[in-house]
Design a binder for this molecule. Structure first.
Ligand SMILES: Nc1nc2c(ncn2[C@@H]2O[C@H](COP(=O)(O)OP(=O)(O)OP(=O)(O)O)[C@@H](O)[C@H]2O)c(=O)[nH]1
Ligand SMILES: [K+]
Ligand SMILES: [Mg+2]
Length: 428
């Protein structure tokens, strides 16, 4: 096994930079750099030198011994002064060391997976945690990282293995008197797992949304003040505004955090009949994206003639509240009137929906679980036609079990790994 190294902290100037080294030669490398054998496990302050004895930096060195480390291998961390020059020089010296090579993206985590330190869903949770930008994303990623989805899948798997072995026992008795009727217990086990799977599959789209962000589209007629509102909500001049109707054509997207949730706000072209070819293209885009968005904010006096359907949970708010006087319940991007309430409304609607979020946060999870569910439903049907067909029911159960094993990465994962790890950055 190669010993690998990489900068674990972000590129650029900082108080501290951490270089991580993992593999059988980790301690030897530290000894070469510091001139002293590091403790098996612990922390020391040492001066690092290049092979010619030139001082590189004073570093805090952390050492871990296999298997009690992140990767499950011997690991050393060099906590350096976070100067780009120091980091560049130490990385250069490490590259020249014959026992080392630079890690591939995600390689530390891949080793952790291969050494059984985490399962596949936890790896995904870790990637999400590193990417998380909002409170909801952080909490969701930490739940996945803590192994909750994996534990759930393991419980389902145990129950299904129990059900399959009950059926197998009857099959083995084929020509003799069957000791007991196993159907009730198998039925109960299948129902329990199916109920859980239904709930997880149902909540997985919302969970996926928390991971990737909710889309909120602002729609309305031209000159309603959509772009002005987007700018006010995002606190920057993201979209062009003007008194000319038909200013916005392309969709303008702004990512922001609303009530702890990740939201991408969409500004869209004003909806109207137009003879202008390019404006017409913009309006077609507006309609298409608005229809796909998770939530629409209709900024308009009337909903008539907009040609975008208002669905349950959407918001309708009157524009230019400042012109209507203080009593208006509308919103004004120009003065800020009504904006707090609009933000609260959006956040409340999205967080109500988020309460049903599953632990499954990816399409991969959803597909594995709904496949498992299909096999279980098939098994249920076959089960009711009696012991003669138990062998078929057992086969369906085994297929369901394989899907759950796929979910946590017990089987058939090689093809998945490259895809998952390629999304990691270097040093993770
Ligand atoms: N009084 C008042 N004027 C506003 C308000 N919001 C926007 N305006 C003005 O209305 C005009 C149109 O604003 P925009 O933000 O460009 O409107 P829009 O809905 O994006 O327009 P299109 O992109 O053309 O569809 C500009 O002159 C804005 O300054 C508001 O809340 N109150
Ligand atoms: K305009
Ligand atoms: Mg606009």
């Amino acid at each position: 096994m190669d010993t690998i190294f990489a900068l674990a902290t972000a590129q650029g100037k900082a108080g501290i930079a951490v270089i991580r080294i993992s593999g059988p030669q980790a301690r030897r490398v530290v000894e070469d750099l510091s001139g002293v054998q590091p403790p098996e496990r612990g922390m020391t302050l040492r001066t690092l030198r290049d092979p010619d004895g030139n001082r590189l930096d004073d570093a805090l060195i952390l050492t871990f011994t296999a298997p009690a480390s992140f990767t499950g291998e011997d690991v050393a961390e060099l906590h350096l002064h976070g100067s780009t020059a120091v980091v560049a020089q130490v990385l250069r010296i490490l590259s020249d060391h014959d026992a080392l090579r630079m890690a591939d993206p995600g390689e530390f985590t891949r080793r952790a997976l291969e050494n059984g330190k985490m399962n596949l869903t936890q790896v995904e949770g870790l990637a999400d945690l590193i990417d998380s930008e909002t409170e909801a994303q952080r909490k969701q990623a930490q739940a996945v990282l803590s192994g909750k989805l994996g534990h759930l899948a393991d419980r389902w798997r145990r129950d299904l293995i129990r059900a399959a072995s009950l059926l197998e026992a009857v099959i083995d008795f084929a020509d003799e008197e069957v000791p007991t009727d196993v159907t009730p217990e198998v039925r109960e086990l299948l129902q329990g797992v199916l109920g859980d799977l239904d709930r997880e599959v149902a909540g997985s789209r919302i969970a996926e949304r928390i991971r990737t962000g909710f889309e909120v589209a602002i729609v309305g007629p031209p000159n309603a003040g959509k772009s002005t509102l987007l700018n006010a909500l995002s606190g920057r001049d993201a979209a062009i505004t003007s008194e000319y109707a038909g200013t916005t054509r392309d969709i303008v997207e702004v990512k922001m955090e609303l009530g702890g949730l990740p939201v991408t706000l969409l500004d869209t072209a004003g909806l109207r009949d137009t003879g202008d070819y390019v404006e017409g293209l913009g309006i077609a885009r507006a309609k298409e994206r608005a229809a796909r968005a998770d939530l629409r904010v209709f900024l308009s006096d009337t909903l008539d003639g907009l040609d975008v359907a208002m669905t349950e949970g959407d918001i309708h708010v009157r524009p230019k509240a400042d012109l209507a006087g203080g009593a208006s319940d509308g919103v004004s991007g120009l003065t800020g009137q009504g904006m707090d309430r609009l933000v609260d409304d959006i956040a409340r609607i999205l967080s109500d929906r988020s309460s049903g979020a599953a632990l499954a946060t990816r399409e991969r999870h959803r597909l594995a679980m709904s496949d498992a569910r299909d096999y279980l439903i098939a098994a249920q049907e076959v089960l009711e036609s009696g012991p003669e067909r138990y062998d078929i029911a057992a086969e369906e159960l085994r297929s369901a079990i394989r899907k759950l094993e796929f979910l946590v990465g017990r089987v058939d994962v090689e093809s998945l790994l490259d895809e998952i790890f390629s999304s990691f950055c270097l040093g993770k």
